[in-house]
Design a protein around this ligand. Structure first.
Ligand code: SPD
Length: 275
């Protein structure tokens, strides 16, 4: 039988040939699926949208984590909001300065399903430095001011329950949860498909942070294959500031990130600035 999974994203549809459906159940919050695909290996799909795959997850997780964390002189405490698949936490733990990573994920089924079916991402969630907090990430940050060197927002897109993670109260709580030198990063959709969301989110973040910079990665299983992130800080600039020793350590085992991405990823297309 010829089995395909198609993601419909606004006016775009993308399809992947599927070998097998490994898991499919509704959690308290969303429809959770794990597929074994021909081209991209195992794939986590939430509410019909591709979240991550074994093959191209490096292009998302390494880029969400390394450009910001390398711009920090010595990140010790990091909070990942969302990211129950564990890929972001795995990358954070590659920074030898990190002592504690809080994973604030609302859906505990995502964590357990990924531990079972996507161990290359989720295995590091068993690391003793990881503190898993099942619940609302926005509330967690609001309840923990002045604690983190970095907050990494590894959310779904701004639809349904993901909307709050693109709104002012969350950005305010994220800003207030940071220590001096702290930084915030969020994934922010495709500039080709929806530059408006990235522009609006950048403007929103500027209400709470002095510096906000967009950057990009190439993620073939996300709509259009090109994906954006927004970096926010009170002054640190990943294009200019980078711990070269840690960078060399990270680059040794990275599958996507190279030292050239540290500044190069911030070269976003000209049309982004042409409103
Ligand atoms: N269009 C899907 C964007 C999903 C971003 N978050 C994915 C979570 C992977 N850790």
């Amino acid at each position: 039988m010829d089995l395909w999974f198609n993601e419909i994203f606004g006016d775009i549809q993308a399809g992947w040939r599927v070998k097998e459906v490994l898991y499919h159940k509704r959690s308290k919050y969303q429809d959770v699926v794990i597929l074994d695909t021909v081209q991209f290996g195992r794939m986590l799909v939430l509410d019909g949208a591709v979240m991550t795959t074994e093959v191209d997850e490096c292009a998302y997780h390494e880029m969400l984590v390394h450009p910001p964390l390398l711009a920090h002189p010595a990140p010790k405490n990091v909070c990942v909001v969302g990211g129950g698949d564990g890929g972001t936490v795995r990358e954070v733990l590659k920074h030898r300065t990190v002592e504690r990573v809080v994973l604030a994920e609302i859906d505990e089924d995502v964590i357990s399903v990924c531990k079972e079916f996507m161990p290359t991402l989720a295995n590091t969630l068993n690391d003793p430095r990881v503190d898993i907090q099942v619940g609302d990430g926005a509330k967690y940050l609001a309840d923990h001011p002045g604690q983190f060197d970095a907050v990494l927002s590894d959310s779904t897109d701004p639809v349904g329950p993901g909307v709050v993670l693109f709104e002012d109260p969350y950005f305010k709580a994220a800003r207030e949860s940071l220590l001096p030198n702290g930084m915030f990063v969020t994934q922010c959709k495709s500039l080709w498909v929806d530059a408006g969301t990235a522009r609006d989110t950048e403007a929103r973040l500027k209400r709470f942070f002095k510096h906000v910079l967009p950057y990009i990665s190439t993620i073939p299983t996300y709509p259009s294959g090109s994906w954006s992130f927004l970096f926010a800080s009170e002054g640190r600039d990943p294009r200019l500031e980078c711990d070269k020793i840690r960078q060399a350590e990270i680059a040794k085992t990275a599958r996507y990130y190279t030292p050239a991405h540290q500044a190069g990823a911030f070269a976003v297309p000209a049309f982004y600035f042409q409103k």
